[in-house]
Design a protein. Structure first.
Lengths: 177, 197
């Protein structure tokens, strides 16, 4: 199963690159001109996200470097521990929606310390793989079209993150203990 | 909401740094964050330009609409406000497929294209997210990845006897998260529309 999916992932982009221009050519589309026209909008789209990303990453960086993140982890620890969350993975759980790079760093560290096949190693691997960096995605996607009022998007994103965390702990206890 | 979270992180961060007697780290962290934001955006230029070119071809060839038509039964339920066969649907499906296959580099540009298409359908304030955008982002941030290749690579590097042991548990956890994301999105949409927000 794993091999089949890997193969599909490996082929997906080259096949898209082959079939899309061919299909366009068959439909009589001037392929080179059309590609250039589309690609021309890439610069403006990317540049538009700068102020949004700067705003969000400044706040997250201050929160993390100042030690406020650790304070939050310490405050939440007793409650989450009572729910069966191992204390070791809490920093990862809190960091995951805020910073993908930092969360990956914590996960790598835990895997190196406890071993990849330990309970903690497998749990944190599951947590790392099962969700995305909610704040980064929201900031980037909304920023690219100039939206600054997110309404309830953060609520659904964080609800999903918390569920994924709880489900990771639950399934890890079932499968890896 | 985002205003409070943003301000909260900065205020709480500065107060904590001050309490620890190391208030100077704030300045460095702020500038580093800003530099990082610019770096991320600049790095996006190449892949966005490339995928926007390919997507323009796919659109001109009618492939995006064909894809939208193919998945209509599902998307009609999730995105009632998007007209059927609208190009936004095709871009959303391509973004989610790229996510599922773990093709992060392709997923982001497709997602940004989807947002542009959804913004074209925005009849209200152009600075405020629409229902369809919220649903799309709920799906996107909680989206299933069949093979979490980054973490598998790290496990392999640290000598795991079974690096893919976590694939099944990851899929289970994501599926739970996705189900909750869609449900919460529905409930919140209902609450907000009743309050006229």
């Amino acid at each position: 199963m794993y091999e089949i999916i890997s193969e599909i992932s490996r082929w997906a982009i080259p096949l898209t690159l082959l079939l899309v221009p061919l299909a366009a050519m068959v439909r009589g589309v001037p392929v080179f001109e059309t590609f250039v026209e589309g690609a021309g909008e890439g610069f403006a789209t990317a540049i538009k996200t700068i102020p949004y990303l700067v705003a969000m990453l400044v706040a997250i960086n201050i929160f993390r470097a100042s030690g406020a993140m650790d304070v939050l982890v310490h405050t939440l620890s007793p409650y989450l521990n009572r729910l069966g969350f191992p204390a070791e993975v809490l920093p990862h759980a809190v960091m995951r929606p805020l910073s993908g790079g930092a969360a990956l760093g914590i996960a790598t560290d835990l895997i190196a310390t406890h071993g990849p096949d330990s309970f903690i190693g497998r749990l944190v691997s599951t947590m790392q793989g099962s969700t995305d960096t909610t704040f980064y995605v929201l900031t980037l996607y909304f920023g690219s079209v100039g939206i600054s009022r997110y309404r309830y998007a953060i609520v659904s994103g964080l609800a999903a993150d918390f569920t994924t965390l709880a489900a990771s702990v639950f399934i890890a206890h079932q499968v890896f203990r | 909401m985002v205003n409070y979270i943003w301000l909260g992180m900065i205020v709480f961060g500065i107060l904590t740094a001050a309490a620890h007697g190391q208030v100077e780290v704030v300045t460095k962290a702020a500038l580093e964050g800003a530099a990082n934001g610019v770096k991320v955006s600049l790095n996006l230029i190449a892949i966005i330009a490339f995928w926007l070119g390919i997507m323009r071809l796919a659109e001109a060839a009618g492939l995006v609409r064909a894809l939208a038509r193919l998945v209509r039964p599902l998307t009609a339920v999730l995105f009632p406000s998007v007209p059927r066969e609208h190009p936004a649907m095709g871009a959303i499906i391509m973004n989610l497929s790229a996510n599922i296959l773990g093709l992060g580099n392709a997923a982001t540009p497709m997602g940004l294209i989807a947002m542009q298409e959804l913004q074209k359908l925005n009849r209200g304030d152009p600075k405020t997210a629409t229902d369809a955008m919220c649903t799309f982002l709920a799906l996107n941030t909680s989206c299933l990845t069949l093979i979490p290749s980054t973490i598998i690579g790290i496990r392999l590097m640290h000598g795991s006897a079974d690096p893919t042991a976590i694939v099944g548990t990851t899929i289970f956890a994501t599926a739970c998260g996705m189900a909750v994301a869609v449900t919460v999105d529905r409930v919140m949409r209902y609450i907000y529309s009743n309050q006229g927000r």
